[in-house]
Design a protein around this ligand. Structure first.
Ligand SMILES: [Zn+2]
Length: 211
């Protein structure tokens, strides 16, 4: 991992998807990736203790177990949400974000403040650059983003699991295209932080193991 980047993982609740707080040493601001905890005391305590204010909330994709904390964090910290344009659209719809199927009530979020329309997108963040790449397949709104030698991959890459494509918005052909691009773009030693489970290196998995 880039020496100065600190990634802290929190398990969302009730679905144990991964939320990450990303900051670099000495910084007062951070990124929050996929906040989806219904009672995020641990995360808020961490931000308070480390004196971190979120600059951005980044959504790897639109599924409810990656976004259900967005409304709360946006209101608390008035930070900007970054998502693909497809994800931004889907989080406004309880069927497309799948939350309606969980409890028959569902929830929606406001559109993202920064909607990524192109395939590739760079956003400066302090002394770093966030390198976004749209990776549809698991869902229409999926993205991965890179900082230094780290890649946040959402549910597109999960070790020892085939990438799920059989839910609304999933598409196997698009997934194969996205996986080819990821494996051709990033170094095999890239450290992957997935949407579920532990981190791993890109070389620990193969396209075959995912489709
Ligand atoms: Zn998902």
């Amino acid at each position: 991992m880039g020496d100065d980047i600190i990634v802290t993982r929190f398990l969302n609740n009730p679905v144990p998807s991964n939320c990450f707080v990303v900051h670099y040493k000495g910084a007062e601001t951070c990124l929050i990736v996929d906040p989806a905890d219904n009672n995020p005391k641990e995360l808020i305590n961490y931000l308070n203790n480390e004196r971190l204010t979120p600059d951005f909330i980044i959504l790897t994709h639109e599924h409810f177990d990656h976004i259900s904390g967005v409304n709360l964090f946006k209101k608390t910290y008035s930070c900007n949400v970054i998502a693909t344009s497809d994800c931004s659209c889907a989080i406004q719809n309880s069927k497309k974000n799948l939350s309606i199927f969980r409890d028959n009530v569902g929830f929606i979020c406001a559109p993202a403040d920064i909607e990524l329309k192109q395939k590739h997108f760079l956003i400066p963040w302090g002394s770093k650059t966030l390198n976004f790449i749209k990776t549809p397949g698991h869902s229409q709104g999926s993205l991965c983003f890179q900082i230094d030698d780290i890649l946040f991959a959402g549910d597109t890459l999960i070790k020892d699991h085939k990438t799920v494509v059989k839910i609304v918005g999933g598409n196997k052909q698009q997934l194969i295209t996205s996986l080819n691009e990821i494996f051709n773009t990033f170094d095999e030693n890239t450290l992957i932080f997935p949407g579920h489970g532990e981190s791993f290196r890109l070389k620990d998995i193969s396209i075959k193991s995912l489709i």
